[in-house]
Design a protein around this ligand. Structure first.
Ligand code: AMP
Ligand code: ZN
Length: 112
């Protein structure tokens, strides 16, 4: 996707503070953090919405959740964390490349 900022980060065309990368996902620091730790976990395959899921993408997201769980301590999240996926306008999704917000590093207030 030519105009996708996360595809550009994945391609190394714009800088990011990467904390993890493998063949199918990258995790980097959110440029505008809303918690002490605010990471973005981004599948390298470009798709925007869970409504575009198929079996292969479901497997990918399953593996991704497994990886996040196994990496929690080295990501600084041993005291707990929250995962958020914004979808569409009402959720305030601004980047239309599916990503999982990883929030933690402090007690997180619950809300909308
Ligand atoms: P969302 O609102 O769920 O689409 O989240 C998009 C997130 O991407 C926001 O939290 C932004 O702060 C973050 N973001 C946008 N551009 C960059 C960038 N170049 N590097 C890191 N994070 C970014
Ligand atoms: Zn993209």
């Amino acid at each position: 996707m030519n105009d996708c900022i996360f595809c550009k980060i994945i391609a190394g065309e714009i800088p990011s503070a990467k904390v993890y990368e493998d063949d199918e996902i990258v995790i980097f620091k959110d440029i505008s953090p809303v918690a002490k730790i605010h990471l973005l976990c981004v599948p390298k395959e470009h798709f925007a919405y869970l409504s575009e899921m198929n079996a292969a993408r479901a497997d990918l997201l399953g593996r991704t959740l497994e990886k996040i769980g196994k990496m929690k301590d080295r990501l600084g999240l041993s005291e707990g964390y929250r995962l958020v996926i914004n979808q569409g306008e009402n959720a305030g999704q601004t980047v239309h490349h599916l990503h999982i917000h990883i929030l933690g590093g402090e007690p997180l207030p619950w809300g909308k």
